[in-house]
Design a protein around this ligand. Structure first.
Ligand SMILES: [Zn+2]
Length: 381
């Protein structure tokens, strides 16, 4: 737990009282706003995110109800596409063998990536690369990737086109961030390359239903997290974390390149095999076919599962809840809704629960979400 320095108990108590007063004030504003909203009922339009208007959206519309808010009115696709399972979030692989997967993200520095690839090759190891799509257009990158994939058995997976937190983007942009990176990998490799793993920018949004829905639709096998970020660790920590099934995250910075030059030979000397994520998780290698430009498939419809949302979550449905809370006057944010379920959102949910006669937990459970979003629907109908 982090405690701010220099805060006396008296000031903390004052802060608690002040927060209590703020909450009551917020609740009062909510009640007032809810009654005012009823007057605007006819003026509000429900936004059920169809494929067409998703494509037309360029920026989040603060005055429109986002897809999640209208989830109940999004019908299940006739072919049953709405039912899907969340993909696994992979932090480590099987501990049965002395194998680890070293993954390298972003790939801004081509020269360093070359050094890292050479180091792995000298160790007889394989890497899993998660380049940002834009970086694939850098001179020398395509050649490096072809060498890695076709000569050394490396894997190239997806880390978005432009390093975006996709859980908060409008649907069409979310889809494009994933799709466009895959197309860039195809172009670089000169083949149609079936990717299996997606890494979230900053690791945020693991529980985002919309992301899982689209990745599942495209045939991805999982979201790739990690057991240790080597970028945030020193050599001693990196060595201590060496265990069967470990998934390491590195980048192509100068510091990480130096760490990898030391760590890869070290791991091999300890009897570890450096394998790809496919190998570590028992997946078949990424299938390769003849190169062909492909059109981006529109995300299939899905029904919001209303799973509990709580402090620390990042998800598109949180954007929907924040928009609804802001419309009710329960939440004030600068700029567009963030999709981050932080303390402000938790307090706003608690305030909404209080005026709605729900248990005041600050956790957006299914009933809270239903009431919050129904409130908006009712206002619109
Ligand atoms: Zn990254």
């Amino acid at each position: 737990m982090r405690i701010r320095k220099g805060r006396s108990p008296v000031r903390r108590q004052g802060a608690i009282r002040w927060r209590g007063a703020t909450l009551w004030l917020t609740a009062a504003v909510c009640v007032l706003a809810a009654s005012v909203l009823a007057g605007y009922a006819a003026a509000l339009a429900v936004h059920t995110m169809s494929r067409d208007d998703a494509a037309a959206l360029a920026v989040p519309l603060p005055d429109a109800l986002p897809a999640q808010a209208a989830a109940e009115s999004v019908p299940a696709a006739p072919d049953g596409d709405a039912a899907f399972e969340y993909l696994p979030v992979i932090r480590r692989g099987s501990a049965e063998k002395k194998q680890i997967a070293v993954t390298v993200d972003d790939c801004f520095q081509v020269d360093n990536l070359r050094t890292i690839i050479d180091t792995a090759e000298a160790c007889g190891g394989r890497l899993t690369l998660f380049p940002i799509g834009q970086n694939l257009e850098k001179p020398g990158m395509a050649k490096l990737l072809r060498h890695g994939v076709f000569d050394l058995g490396f894997e190239v997976e997806n880390h978005t086109w432009s390093h975006q937190r996709i859980f908060r983007l409008p649907e069409a942009q979310m889809a494009e961030e994933i799709w466009r990176q895959g197309q860039a990998v195809n172009r670089a490799l000169g083949v149609s390359y079936e990717q299996h793993f997606f890494r979230l920018m900053g690791g945020d949004g693991e529980c985002d239903q919309r992301t899982h829905n689209y990745l599942g639709q495209l045939g991805f096998r999982g979201i790739a997290a990690w057991s240790l970020s080597g970028s945030d660790a020193d050599m001693a920590m990196i060595q201590r974390a060496l265990k069967p099934g470990a998934v390491y995250l590195f980048h192509t910075t100068d510091a990480d390149t130096e760490k990898l030059k030391a760590f890869l030979p070290y791991a091999v000397a300890q009897g570890y095999e450096l394998v790809t994520l496919n190998e570590l998780t028992g997946c078949a290698p990424n299938a390769v076919g003849a190169y062909a430009e492909q059109d981006m498939p529109a995300p299939r419809a899905y029904r919001c599962d209303l799973r509990d949302r709580r402090l620390g979550d990042y998800a598109w449905c949180v954007v929907g809840m924040q928009d609804a809370l802001r419309r009710l006057g329960c939440l004030k944010l600068d700029g567009p809704s963030t999709g981050y379920y932080g303390r402000q959102t938790r307090d706003a949910i608690a305030a909404f629960q209080r005026i709605s006669g729900l248990p005041e937990t600050g956790v957006a459970d299914a009933e809270t979400q239903r009431r919050l979003l129904a409130n908006c629907r009712t206002a619109a109908e």
